[in-house]
Design a protein around this ligand. Structure first.
Ligand SMILES: Cc1cc2nc3c(=O)[nH]c(=O)nc-3n(C[C@H](O)[C@H](O)[C@H](O)COP(=O)(O)OP(=O)(O)OC[C@H]3O[C@@H](n4cnc5c(N)ncnc54)[C@H](O)[C@@H]3O)c2cc1C
Length: 437
């Protein structure tokens, strides 16, 4: 017999974690759950494509959704600013309104990590975000000196995206990438960082290793007089824009402030990195009404889409039936890296869930032209997003422009946007429906 009173579930955040959990909860529990989502902007842009938006190659409107998340009973537009037992405090988007509280039986923290400038900031209006993009894009695409901070996945992608926008003969030295470690993509096998370095330098980037910007915590842009950045080594750099292209920690400070009239949540909720300490059921070890996902949990695996999907399934199952499903280890690292969106991509077979022998066989030994003998692959080339060269040449590493083209194909077919719950046919977002409405 179903519970006469639906369980009140509040999901905070409107990214992939939130969207997938909501979809699965509705699918499995229907009317037994009453879901409220706390969404901090009236739009939600898909992070994957935001370096393209920031470099004026794609539009914010074309890469965002403006629809309410499918399956929610209620959307509260605002930013979570506090939490006490059974209630979240939300600052509405209209800042003249006072903080309101949203009651819950179960709370899902899906607030991701802070990535200002590259992605929208919670509470930012569409007009404010568009103005920020316009201001950066103007400088990033006009051949002025730009510094990108962070030699990780996003920094490498963004530095090349900026260079790809400039005429080939004027790229040299326009973009400086600062990497705090001795190699790019520090968590990956050496060959990937080395290959990305080679491609970036060919594009015209200068890369500084073992250093970091110390005079500036946040991204900054100046259309007029250049900005001087000081590095940890004492070196100075002059530029017109600095983009800090690395994640700035989990968005969990709202869990450490009490809601109006309430008490703070129990101590020991977060680790030293500000992540919720969770047990194997993705549930807070200190406050059992709370589940935390992706970057907001202290799970070892990185906040990548395959891990988000698998954690969302675990959270859903445990909300429906507490302590029923343990979270298995996720993928330990990214499965591919792009250098720009038109230039180069490399696949990382050892990071796929395939057993090592299969990963070598499918991704390294089998490439062009042999893969064209596989009927599924041929269909992917003819009717899907696959570039024939996605796996490179037979017996060579799966890398090159083919992977970049394939990912572009998945973008054009809105595959990632749909998988992550951003794009729903017939709902406003991702360009087409916006134009019609
Ligand atoms: C530029 C870029 C490229 C990427 N490329 C890839 C890729 O190719 N492959 C891959 O697997 N992963 C990629 N990622 C990582 C991917 O974006 C994450 O896996 C995914 O976004 C995690 O989803 P999430 O919902 O947990 O967090 P997010 O997508 O960060 O969503 C968090 C949500 O919480 C909201 N929020 C934050 N604070 C509050 C608050 N106080 N109150 C209410 N809401 C709040 C945010 O506004 C946002 O809506 C990329 C990330 C970036 C930034």
């Amino acid at each position: 017999m179903s519970d006469p009173k639906p369980k009140r579930i509040v999901v905070v955040g409107a990214g992939a974690s939130a969207r997938i959990v909501i979809k699965l909860l509705k699918k499995t529990s229907g009317d037994n759950v009453d879901i409220t989502v706390v969404q901090p902007n009236t739009f939600a842009s898909l992070p994957f494509y935001q370096t393209l938006v920031l470099t004026d190659r794609e539009t914010l409107v074309g890469n965002s959704t403006f629809a309410e998340i499918e399956g929610v009973n209620k959307t509260v537009y605002g930013t979570a600013v506090g939490c006490s037992d059974g209630q979240v405090a939300v600052q509405p988007l209209d800042k003249s309104k006072s903080v309101e509280t949203v009651p819950f039986d179960t709370l899902v923290c899906a607030t991701g990590f802070a990535f200002p400038v590259v992605c929208e900031t919670p509470g930012q209006s569409q007009a404010e975000r568009q103005a920020e993009i316009d201001q950066y894009a103007k400088v990033l695409t006009s051949g002025q000196n730009v510094v990108v901070g962070g030699g990780g996945s996003v920094g490498v992608e963004l530095a090349a995206d900026i260079l790809e926008k400039l005429p080939a003969d004027s790229r040299k030295g326009k973009v400086t990438l600062i990497c705090s470690s001795p190699k790019l993509l520090a968590s990956q096998a050496d060959r990937y960082g080395e290959k990305c370095k080679e491609v970036l330098e060919e594009l015209g980037a200068e890369i500084i290793f073992n250093d970091r910007v110390s005079s500036q915590n946040d991204s900054i842009v100046s259309e007029g007089a250049p900005i001087t950045l000081t590095l940890k080594s004492g070196k100075t750099l002059s530029c017109n824009a600095y983009v800090a292209a690395y994640a700035r920690g989990a968005n969990t400070s709202w869990l450490t402030t009490a809601a109006p009239g309430g008490s703070p949540l129990p101590e020991g909720l977060l680790n030293e990195k500000g992540q919720v300490i969770v047990n194997e059921y993705m549930q807070s070890a200190a406050y059992d009404k709370l589940y935390a996902m992706a970057a907001t949990s202290d799970r070892a695996e990185p906040s990548l889409f395959p891990n988000v999907e698998s954690q969302a399934a675990t959270v859903t199952k445990n909300i429906v039936k507490p302590n029923s499903t343990k979270q298995a280890p996720g993928v330990p690292n990214a499965m591919y890296q792009l250098v720009g969106h038109d230039t180069f991509g490399t696949a990382m077979p050892e990071n796929t869930p395939l057993p090592p022998v299969c990963a070598t066989l499918c991704c390294t030994w089998c490439g062009f032209p042999c893969n064209m003998l596989c009927p599924c692959f041929c269909l992917g080339v003819l009717f899907g997003p696959c570039d024939p060269m996605v796996c490179g040449m037979c017996c060579a590493h799966p890398e090159g422009k083919g992977l970049a083209n394939t990912l572009k194909g998945t973008k054009d077919m809105k595959m990632m946007a749909a998988n992550a719950g951003y794009h729903v046919k017939g709902k406003p977002g991702f360009g087409e429906e916006m134009e019609r409405s």
